[in-house]
Write a protein that binds this ligand. Structure first.
Ligand code: C2E
Ligand code: MG
Ligand code: MG
Length: 390
């Protein structure tokens, strides 16, 4: 562990030794570099460290692709600690937690207690990352599945739309979530194949529901990497027609980094999709490249607030301010505002009170296979009837 005050570093080392670690206190980088090796399981970094500072240490650990767990500490305002944490995660470090000084021994002990078990699980998960070629074969073998998560109208409590979320039924690794393969598919040129499979399955499912008397809109995630194919609007229209789906029934949620893409092509494709009657949503609003500029420039109908702000808003005034101002901005721009990641009654109450139009989250329902949706909706209606929701 590296700490700016030698007393503090020794104190942290003492707690770590009590938790069974072979711990060393370092107050400068040279000492740390001498001691750090592939066996290092945890690094506690004080952001106040001067030459180099804590952020530079984060960068160095990331450069070494360090598998160690990182605990960040600081006497600074929690915002700085939060920013450093996000930075470390973005640099693919494993952040165990953050500690604002002064903190009690027991908090640090708790953080250190589960490191070994979690490290083993993480290694297994990492090793279990599938390869691009497996995904290509998996798509050909029709191993992609689509789960659906209901979106609720927060005031009228009706459910008339769902989001389609891809899964991969891997032959040996089980059901994989998109964080295990979407990025790889984007980087390896397979994202269009994934989007086509998801669209095909979602439209077929919508059409089945409609036959059973259930008229649901479906939101499909479209990576901006797919917004380079100028034929995309025609392909989506043809697919919808083939399944007897009206364009108004389809919301395209645009995700991911805009800047890397061809801006003119994106504008061409999104404008034509709107002209053809499809609904457009800006996903994960407030993070990454989903910004106000895109709101003004592209013909969106819906703003989807990122779940990190929604789930944090009840305890963090900054997140709450972002939620509140995004809702206001969305409404000023005549957009429908959707909160994702409503995980508790508190989240629900807060976003409803702040005037959000629609919501989605584990508190309402987890994503489920399409065949389960009619029964789930019946149960939902029943809980509304007995007054246990809303
Ligand atoms: P997203 O589009 O923002 O989807 C919402 C994610 O939040 C889903 O994760 C959903 O299961 C999760 N979620 C919903 N409510 C809660 C909650 O209350 N708490 C928590 N902790 N999580 C909640 P999932 O299915 O793992 O998808 C992750 C991301 O993968 C999606 O984020 C989307 O960006 C991407 N993705 C999913 N399906 C597709 C797809 O077909 N194509 C593309 N390009 N991306 C996809
Ligand atoms: Mg989405
Ligand atoms: Mg999202």
């Amino acid at each position: 562990m590296i700490d700016s005050s030698i007393e503090m570093a020794h104190e942290i080392a003492r707690v770590a030794r009590r938790a069974g670690y072979d711990a060393h206190a370092c107050t400068d980088y040279e000492d740390f570099s001498r001691r750090y090796d592939a066996e290092t399981s945890v690094v506690v970094i004080d952001l106040m460290l001067t030459e180099p500072d804590g952020v530079e240490i984060i960068r160095a650990l990331s450069g070494h692709r360090s598998p160690a767990g990182v605990i960040l500490t600081s006497r600074f305002d929690p915002r700085v600690l939060g920013a450093a944490e996000r930075l470390a995660r973005a640099q693919k470090l494993w952040v165990i937690g953050t500690l604002t000084k002064p903190f009690s021994d027991s908090v640090l002990e708790n953080m250190l207690a589960n490191v070994e078990q979690t490290a083993v699980e993480r290694t297994l998960k990492f090793k279990a990352f599938p390869k691009l070629e497996d995904l290509r074969a998996g798509i050909e073998r029709d191993e992609l599945r689509v789960y659906f998560q209901p979106k609720i109208h927060l005031h009228e409590l009706r459910i008339n739309s769902v989001e389609a979320l891809v899964r991969w039924q891997h032959p040996s690794l089980g059901l994989l979530s998109p964080d295990r393969f979407i990025e790889m598919s984007e980087e390896g040129g397979l994202i269009n194949a994934v989007t086509s499979a998801v669209m095909e399955k979602s439209f077929a499912q919508c059409s089945d529901w409609l036959t059973g008397g259930l008229d649901l809109k479906v939101s499909i995630n479209v990576s901006t990497r797919s917004l380079t194919d100028l034929e995309l609007p025609d392909k989506i229209s043809a697919l919808a027609r083939r399944h007897n789906i009206r364009p108004e029934q389809v919301v395209l949620e645009i995700t991911e980094s805009w800047l890397r893409n061809d801006h003119v092509a994106a504008l061409d494709i999104l404008t034509r999709l709107r002209i053809k009657g499809f609904d457009l949503s800006i996903d994960d609003y407030g993070t990454g490249y989903s910004t106000m500029q895109q709101l003004q420039e592209f013909p969106f109908c819906e703003l989807k607030l990122d779940r990190t702000f929604v789930s944090d808003a009840h305890r963090n005034p900054d997140s709450r301010a972002i939620v509140e101002s995004s809702i206001r901005l969305g409404h000023e721009l005549k957009l429908r505002v959707v909160a994702e990641g409503i995980a508790t009654q508190t989240d629900w109450d807060l976003v409803s009170r702040l005037g959000c139009d629609e919501g989605q989250g584990f508190f309402i329902a987890r994503p489920m296979p399409g065949k389960d949706m009619p029964d789930w909706l019946d149960r939902w209606q029943a809980t509304l009837g007995d007054g246990t929701r809303g």
